[in-house]
Design a protein around this ligand. Sequence first.
Ligand code: CDP
Length: 796
Amino acid sequence: MSQAVDEIKIGGIGASRKRVEDNRFIRGKGNYTDDIVLPGMLHMEILRSPLAHARIKSIDASKAWDIPGVHLVLTGEMMATRNLAWMPTLSYDTQAVLATDKVRFQGQEVACVIADDPYIAKDACEAIVVDYEPLPVIVNPMQAVAAGAPVIRDDKENQPDNVIYDWEVGDSAGTAHAFAAADLVSKLELHYPRSHPSPIECCGSIADFNRATSKLTVYMTTQAPHIIRAAVAMVAELPEHMIRIISPDIGGGFGNKVPVYPGYVCSILASILLERPVKWIEDKSGNLISTGFARDVYLKGEMALRRDGKILAVRMHTDADHGAFFSDAQPSKFKIGLMHSAFAAYDIPAAHLTARGTYSNKAPGGVAYRCSFRVTEAMFFQERMMQAAADDLGMDQAEFRRMNFVPDDAFPHRTPFGFLTDSGQYAKCLDVGLKAIDYENFRQQQEEARSRGRLLGLGISTMTEPLGAGNSREYDILGIKMFDSAELKVHMTGKAIVRTGARTQGQGHETTWAQIVAHELGIPAEDVVVEEGDTDTAPFGMGTYASRSTPVAGAAVAMVARKIRAKARKLAAHLLEVSEEDIEWELGRFYVRSAPDRGVTIQECAIAAYANMPDGMEPGLDATAYYDPPNLTWPFAVYIVTVEVDPQTGVWDVLNMVAVDDCGVRINPMIVEGQIMGGLTEAYAMSNMQFITFDADGNCVGANYMDYLLPTAWETPGFELHSEVVTPCPHHPIGAKGIGECAAVGGPAAFVNAVIDALSGTGVRNIDMPLLPDRVWEAMTYRRDISGAPPVRSDD
Ligand code: CDP
């Protein structure tokens, strides 16, 4: 009889284990960057530009220097003497650290003050006098490429205009051919507006340079500590082994904490110059107006259709507004990220995508806010286009999707843009969703309500997201190949520590990585501690963003545990005095095949590794694994929303929302549900209430949390989650696919589709997000599409 340990009881895969990190978070015992106080620490504040585009005629900081308690005032001119006025970005561009020649967006860093406390530093910032000469402003890609447009990046050689890149992918000729043969061509044009990840904790750093040891330690809010260490080594020209980046607890990242920000660089230089620790903690408005924005793409496209509903080809064009500096992280080959993952779930013979990126007088944009490099925009366009095409064909929304899905038996499947998807049960997910929302019944209710003047709508959205970059053959950032790592040390008593190159920001890695070890070795999850975020102790990794942790670092945890198991097997053979070939494994225990009662536990093997190893065996039970995934993982989801729109006011309410997520094997079902709930909440907020845009002068409108609303439990509707479809990832060691972003990626189109569906018959094809009541009212009253693209009037 098996004597294996019970996996669920020890908190292995499939256990809804309570999050261990919450023990400290709910007690207020988290250790965030701002909680850290070092002896002799000074404080830094940043002076930001009030104008979006202006030449700097002069900066007079004399009054700031005179304020008691001020230790240093840094300006661009001083940075330039150390070759630090500009820094490289993660996308092969350059970014001003402190402005020298011009300011290029409202909120740009112009100077900073280091003082005894943050209040003195703030007062001193206000005493700095900057003389600006305003310049014409650009706030959208159309203005950026218009004849006579001012060149924003006149600091760069060989940059005669505002175009960053022109990129294309797909089969142009094949697509043209398919369009020529189409019965019908359906078109759609929209703007996915700027949005901001808005983590609750803002960005910040504490730089601590020790002249005696020449070691620089930086505590900072980064999602990717090792990349930051490499960037600091390059920018500050310090030896990499003398730099230690520690990313303490992080209060949400969502992509906002991937880029390198000027504040980090200034605090490092200030610490080197003053030989004291320097803390910089960004305030909320600083975070909201100057750090990595997301989205801001103009998408247009068309679909070639056969009369019976078969999609023959898709053509897409994207204009991406990157702001003043191209600074978001992209896998190097893909200028517009993974936008070409669009339509991956549908069986489409040909497709072609063109993309143009431009500069504007806005803060740097394009970060992957809860998204795998622009997948959110791709899926949004996909599902809005699917709805428009089904309407043009006069087909049922669900049926149109079903007939074009990649069928279950067609995997591996090459998508029209060249990705290889490997698994999924798309139609089954749709069926579960339709049943849960009571589709047929709702359609009847909708008809009946309409006859009484009530506007009900139903929106469907599906998404498949490429999660887990690399493989290293195709994915790199600044030439650094995308893979990840895990190190596992099993102590003598069978307790363990696992470290990875990822960095949790609230996703629960401290809980789930221990569950993977429990699954592989049978060591109870509570006996495994997880540590991330310190470059001196963690193995090299590319960090946590793009839901890559489970697909890559999580896989590395499984692989390193398997290395440990292989060594433990040798120890077991020694202890049981049989040959290795005679040993069998069951969870937590090795036993002799011919005598199953004779066995040793993994804990007994651990003691033997330190106290009773065979002659010639290297002592200890430690290993490191670097994991380079063979492919991305491809989770799939169906989101269905029903809404009611008030015909008098344009206010819309969610009646019901159903989410069917297939992320393969769920390590911790409760954490997965939390991730989906969070993502749907953000999707709802983006579609309904989050308004952050720019007026013609480049002023950021909605730059505070009175205007840019973060949803609370009060305004967020309920969500019904379904987990019955599980398609394990064929190449991931434990069959898991990423989940963290899926709902934020696929959710927005479901809400928008539902509102547009409620307005069917009015001829309205599109209302740009957010679907504020006045926009919906205007659309239905005047029977026209509503664009939300900037500039808006500043009195709006
Ligand atoms: O990279 P990030 O951690 O943001 O995203 P993720 O890899 O999708 O994981 C988010 C959280 O969900 C982590 O705690 C994962 O371990 C957990 N998860 C899970 O339990 N099962 C899955 N199939 C995927 C993720």
